[in-house]
Design a protein around this ligand. Structure first.
Ligand code: NAD
Length: 331
């Protein structure tokens, strides 16, 4: 990196979690994720094996997701996990930090708050799938899930496609106010509906719940539809009927994750589809394979890869340096 000499070479940047909201925009996150999916499909970027451990203390799940993007020269990892008892410390349960390393020397380059970036990169992934896979003239966005991530998902989807209406369903109906308020903020009408209406009326569906059994059934989904299934990121989790998965033309961020911890794990286990049916979304971005290709239903199985974290972190570091908001510390 230019200017990284002697004493400077011993410095690393820190971008505080509190600065991320003012620095990162959904549009910048979208660009970073679109580019890294393309680099993955072109085999210029790859993810390292994921480590995720129940550490036997505070019921915490801790782990690392890392990778190397040889096109952007982004190297590093996200470390963190889930601490279910964090309320007593006045902290949110998901905690993560992204570390970037200089690809030329291996020196630590930056530590960046990863909490908000995780939501932005996850929402950007489904937005990329909507850009490339939404049926022509899609008007109605259907939201399944009303937790923390759902608002980010809706905003990113609305930034990439002009929807006329949002409909939503959540297993805990008292949480639906989050969807109503987010839609209102986007100037879109919102209606709470049952899942059969959601599947029949929505042109694009985002599911982002912690479900462990199917919510959206094959019989619910009618007509040309794109589904971004974003909640299933662990073995055993499930949001969709495997028959619906099998009916769809399937895309994912990374095939190995999709079939092991993503939504397709169940259709694979039931022998309804083979691994070959699962395509990389990045290959649609590069133009190597077609998108909808006449399919009635398309599915993006978003499992969340380390390279997504690194991509948005690299962008936020660039913006923070530009705006003088990156602290420097000697290491
Ligand atoms: P949250 O805890 O804020 O909200 C949870 C959502 O799931 C709510 O809609 C809730 O009503 C619903 N829910 C809770 N228990 C359920 C159950 N047993 N069955 C069905 N629904 C249930 O969580 P969040 O931060 O919004 O995250 C939602 C999901 O997204 C989680 O599963 C999380 O692991 C996943 N996630 C995925 C990625 C990715 O890259 N794919 C990234 C971040 C989070």
């Amino acid at each position: 990196m230019a200017g990284f000499s002697t004493r400077k070479g011993l410095l690393m940047y820190i971008v505080a979690e509190k600065e991320i909201a003012g620095l990162m925009t959904p549009a910048a996150a979208f660009e970073a994720i679109e580019a890294v999916f393309a680099a993955m499909a072109a085999r210029k970027a790859y993810n390292f094996p994921v480590v995720r451990e129940a550490i036997g203390y505070e019921d915490a799940l801790y782990g690392f997701k890392g990778g190397f993007d040889g096109a952007a020269l982004t190297l590093g990892l996200k470390a963190g996990g889930y601490w279910p008892n964090n309320q007593k410390h006045n902290l949110i349960n998901h905690q993560s930090t992204i570390f970037l390393f200089d690809a030329d020397t291996g020196r630590a380059k930056a530590a960046i708050g990863g909490n908000l970036l995780t939501a932005l990169r996850t929402a950007a992934a489904s937005a990329v799938s909507i850009k490339y896979l939404a049926p022509k003239g899609a008007k109605v966005l259907g939201m399944i899930g009303a937790g923390h991530q759902s608002a980010f998902q809706m905003k990113a989807a609305a930034a990439v496609h002009s929807f006329e209406k949002v409909i939503g369903w959540n297993p805990h109906p008292e949480m639906l106010t989050r969807l109503a308020e987010t839609a209102a903020g986007l100037g879109l009408p919102f209606e709470a509906v049952e899942l059969d209406r959601l599947g029949a009326e929505a042109d694009v569906i985002i599911s982002i719940t912690s479900a462990f059994s199917p919510l959206l059934m094959d019989a619910h989904v009618k007509g040309e539809t794109h589904i971004a299934a974003m909640g299933t990121d662990t073995k055993g989790k499930q949001e969709l009927d495997p028959a619906l998965v099998a009916r769809a033309r399937i895309f994912t961020d990374e095939v190995a994750q999709s079939i092991s911890i993503g939504e397709t794990q169940h259709a694979i286990a039931a022998h309804l589809i083979a691994e070959e049916a699962v395509h990389e979304l990045g290959a649609v971005v590069t133009g190597a394979i077609p998108g909808r290709d006449g399919a009635e239903v398309t599915l993006f199985d978003g499992t969340g890869v380390g390279l997504q974290d690194l991509a948005v972190a690299a962008k936020v570091l660039e913006l923070a340096i530009e705006k003088g908001l990156a602290q420097q510390a000697e290491l």
